[in-house]
Design a protein around this ligand. Structure first.
Ligand code: 2RA
Length: 330
C-alpha cells in the first residue's frame, strides 16, 4: 500500500507514523506531508529519514490511503480531490463527521456499515470514541434512555502549543503563547473548543451528535460538560447512564470483560480504577467505578479513560484502514 499522512508534525500525526510501523501495516511507500513551514524538512522515525512533502506532491503519488490529521479546511479542500482519483481518505478533522453521506466509524461498533464506495471516512472526536466504546455494548443489552457525561480532557487534545503553554506556566515563565484564555497549569477550564450560541461548547455538541450518529439512535438523550484539566495525556470521563431496563452490574462486568478494546479496572478495595497517567501508549478504553446510581431508577455511574492520541485518534483511524484492507475494499 502507498500511504500518506497529512499533518505528520502534529501530535496525532506522529503517533500515526509510530502505529503504522508497530502494527506492521502493509506499507510499500510512506509519504509524509505537513503545512508549508515544514516542507522540505526531514522527519526521522526509527532511524529512517523522510522528507516532508507538499500535499500537492502527495496527491501526484496517487496513494491508496491518506490519513488526514490537519485542520478541517485542509480536509475540505483536499479529501474530495483524493477521493476522485480513488484514494481512500480517513479524516481525523471534524470536516465530514456530521455529513449524512459520510460514515463516522468506530470499528468495534459500526464497521459493517462500510462499503468499498466509501472514499472519505470520518474518524470521530477523541472524547466521543471512548464514550461510544462503552455505551454501545450496554445499549445493545439494556437500551439507553439518557446519558450525562462530564469530561476531564488532557492538554494534548488541544495540541503541541497547549502543552507548551502548560509547561511554561509550570516553569514560571510569563511570556509564552497563550492557547487557552486562562492558565491551565494548576487550573481547570470548563471550556473545550469554542462556545456556540446555546451556551454549549463545540466539544460538547460533538459528543452529543457524534454519539447518536455512531450508535445510530437519535432517541438517546445526551447532555455533556467538557472540561480541560492540567493533564498531559489521556482523557477521562464521568458517565451517568439511564437504561430502559434494569441494569445488572455483574452482567455489565461480563459484557465489558468480553469486549475487545475495553479493559475493566475496578476494585475499590484495592484502589484500582482507570487513570490517565497509566493510559499513555495504550489502545484500549479503561472502565471502572461501575456502580448503581441510587438516585435514579435503572441508572448507573462509571468512569472511563483512554489515551486521546491513540484510541481517541490515531489508533481508531488506523484500525479503519486495516479493516478496509481486510475487507478488500482497498
Ligand atoms: C480535544 N477535541 O479538545 C479534542 C481532541 N480531538 O481534546
Amino acid at each position: 500500500m502507498k500511504i500518506g499522512i497529512v499533518g505528520v508534525t502534529g501530535m496525532v500525526g506522529r503517533v500515526m507514523v509510530d502505529l503504522l510501523k508497530c502494527r506492521n501495516f502493509p506499507i510499500e511507500k510512506l509519504y509524509l506531508s505537513a503545512s508549508e513551514k515544514s516542507i522540505g524538512k526531514e522527519f526521522i522515525h526509527n532511524n529512517k529519514k523522510y522528507k516532508i512533502i507538499r500535499i500537492r506532491e502527495l496527491f501526484s503519488k496517487k496513494p491508496n490511503i491518506v490519513l488526514f490529521s490537519s485542520g478541517s479546511d485542509v480536509s475540505k479542500k483536499w479529501a474530495p480531490q483524493f477521493a476522485k482519483i480513488g484514494t481512500t481518505v480517513i479524516d481525523n478533522s471534524s470536516a465530514w463527521r456530521m455529513d449524512p453521506k459520510k460514515k463516522l466509524i468506530v470499528p468495534e461498533i459500526n464497521a459493517s456499515s462500510l462499503s468499498k464506495d466509501d472514499k472519505i471516512i470520518a474518524n470521530p472526536n477523541c472524547s466521543t470514541i471512548q464514550l461510544v466504546m462503552i455505551l454501545y455494548p450496554l445499549h445493545i443489552e439494556y437500551g439507553i434512555d439518557r446519558v450525562i457525561v462530564s469530561t476531564y480532557q488532557s492538554v494534548t487534545g488541544t495540541g503541541k502549543k497547549a502543552l507548551n503553554q502548560m509547561n511554561k506556566e509550570k516553569d514560571g515563565f510569563f511570556s509564552y503563547k497563550k492557547i487557552y484564555p486562562y492558565p491551565i497549569y494548576q487550573n481547570v477550564l470548563p471550556h473545550c473548543d469554542v462556545f456556540v450560541k446555546n451556551g454549549y461548547t463545540m466539544e460538547e455538541i460533538k459528543l452529543i451528535k457524534e454519539t447518536k450518529k455512531i450508535i445510530n439512535d437519535n432517541n438517546i438523550a445526551i447532555t455533556a460538560t467538557a472540561v480541560r484539566v492540567p493533564v498531559i495525556g489521556g482523557h477521562s470521563e464521568s458517565v451517568n447512564i439511564t437504561f430502559k431496563k434494569k441494569p445488572n452490574i455483574d452482567h455489565i462486568y461480563k459484557i465489558f470483560l468480553k469486549k475487545k478494546g475495553i479493559i475493566v479496572q475496578d476494585n475499590p478495595k484495592k484502589n484500582i480504577y482507570p487513570m490517565p497517567l497509566f493510559s499513555h501508549g495504550k489502545d484500549e478504553v479503561f472502565v471502572g467505578r461501575i456502580r448503581k446510581d441510587y438516585s435514579c431508577l435503572n441508572s448507573l455511574n462509571l468512569w472511563i479513560v483512554a489515551d486521546n492520541l491513540r484510541k481517541g485518534s490515531a489508533t481508531n483511524a488506523i484500525q479503519i484502514a486495516e479493516l478496509l484492507i481486510k475487507k478488500k475494499y482497498i
